[in-house]
Design a protein around this ligand. Sequence first.
Ligand SMILES: Nc1nc2c(ncn2[C@@H]2O[C@H](COP(=O)(O)OP(=O)(O)O)[C@@H](O)[C@H]2O)c(=O)[nH]1
Ligand SMILES: [Mg+2]
Ligand SMILES: [Zn+2]
Length: 295
Amino acid sequence: MAEGIIFKGIGGFYYVMSDHVLYECKARGKFKNDKVVPMVGDHVSISIYDESQKLGVIEAIHPRKNELIRPTVANVDQAIIVFSIKNPLPNVTLLDKMIVLAEHAGLKVILCFNKADLDVSFDFEKYQKIYQNAGYDVVKTCALTREGVDDLVALMSNKINVFSGPSGVGKSSLLNAIEDYAVEIGELSEKIKRGKHTTRHSELFEITGGGMIVDTPGFTSLSVSEIEPEQLGDYFPEFRAFAQNCRFDNCQHQNEPGCHVKEALSNRKIPIERYDAYLYIQKEIIEQRRRTKKW
Ligand SMILES: Nc1nc2c(ncn2[C@@H]2O[C@H](COP(=O)(O)OP(=O)(O)O)[C@@H](O)[C@H]2O)c(=O)[nH]1
Ligand SMILES: [Mg+2]
Ligand SMILES: [Zn+2]
């Protein structure tokens, strides 16, 4: 028995990467009886019955740590949130919302500011400061010149990564730039590439250094209504150390007395941009919940 990860599913076949070799596998009938549908990203045990043709059977699907719906992928570890420094300018409220949603989904967050070539007024440093202070890795890239792409690739190793971000920021261009690092997996991959324009399902590809990437950007809707208002502060990592000392355990960091988050704000230890985003998203959660509540 070998261990692997499903990279692609097509027409009842699953392509399982095991030790950098791709095997074409059928799933055992028992999964169908149990109503378990194998997903891209699943960790599986396979028995290989033809090593020369790279053919196997999926014998077991290991428990999933998460399941994303759009794209449909299991066990995603990390979201690469991409914004461009210019054209379009970052909408920081949207950026903070995407971070919150990624945190809520249990994903590790990397921030990527693309179109470095357009950063003539050094705006990157401003974003870098805010988000590094929050504890995130922040990279500056240019998909055209490949500046920073190596750094980004290094941050993706040993993880399943998904790209996320508004349209026009350069996600597809970055994916293309990174795809040149894709590990050559030989004849079988050529065979499945040719079927690419049939039904379009997400698939993974592996890059030098061992990272895996979902080939379609996405990761979630933009609805924050599933988040408890009291939970929101947890998704702002730079608030945590201060929030621990707030007088009230359930402090929402608004008008409560003895709020150490607000104190940190006035001491400029928490940037106003992030605090404003917190208030904005808090309001949105409450409004969305009010609207969707079934009385
Ligand atoms: N100047 C500049 N343009 C870029 C860069 N990356 C992408 N673009 C351009 O931005 C536009 C949108 O890119 P695309 O990859 O389609 O963005 P997506 O919608 O996020 O997938 C295209 O015209 C790209 O050529 C970059 O690093 N610098
Ligand atoms: Mg695109
Ligand atoms: Zn507080």
